[in-house]
Design a protein around this ligand. Sequence first.
Ligand code: FPP
Length: 241
Amino acid sequence: MAQTKLNIEPSRIPRHVAIIMDGNGRWAKKRGLPRLAGHRQGVENLRQIIKACVEFGIQYLTVYAFSTENWGRPEDELRGLKQIFNDAFSNELEELIKNGVRILHIGQRDEISPDLLQKIDRAVEISKTNDKLILTVALNYGSRNEIMHAVRKIVASGIPPEEVTEQVISDSLFTAGTPDPDLVIRTSGEQRLSNFLLWQSAYSEWVFPEAYWPDYNREELIKSLEEYAKRDRRFGKLSSK
Ligand code: FPP
């Protein structure tokens, strides 16, 4: 079947898309499968979405893989997720590198197991000269935790209070150097921010497609991008139209 073409003028393509990949568990439940099957399908889907982002000329993609709150899940799901992340950082790396993807990680490093951390660091290191798509993986990430770390860093630097600007704060976050997201997508119909990029998404456009993450395919992404292209971003000012 012929693939749908993306019919949006280049200036209306978001530079940075961030995604809360929600609904893996419900996708699995609907099929009578264990939740981990949903997460595995989620990885598979992420691969397709990364490809589509490269194709559409999106420069930055940030995905919420594991939040600081996700530690509250049952032990067996945590163990399974750890295995899935380990596998993903091992098995998917070659193809990502081949496609020119650079990998970055945001989130609190301690609490991530040393073997997974080593894989993440390796992926970051060997992809560092790629620039087709900057893929930031938020893993053990929480926005409040990130802001707390930024405040600690700023205080420790001894900077005078009046010199603490918005830019200083942005530059102290895990996301330093990455532009703020233009579009944030949360799949599965849930409409919450769930501690994701709170500072960075102050002026982002949000869309909440109904599809569970494993079903959120290239066609769905096109719909989200079309929706974004119609929005009139005012950044608190008056319309440019
Ligand atoms: C949400 O589904 C998804 C997660 C908790 C994260 C897992 C994401 C993946 C496995 C995708 C791949 C990511 C990487 C970086 C390899 P949920 O469990 O909250 O679903 P539910 O709300 O239906 O229960």
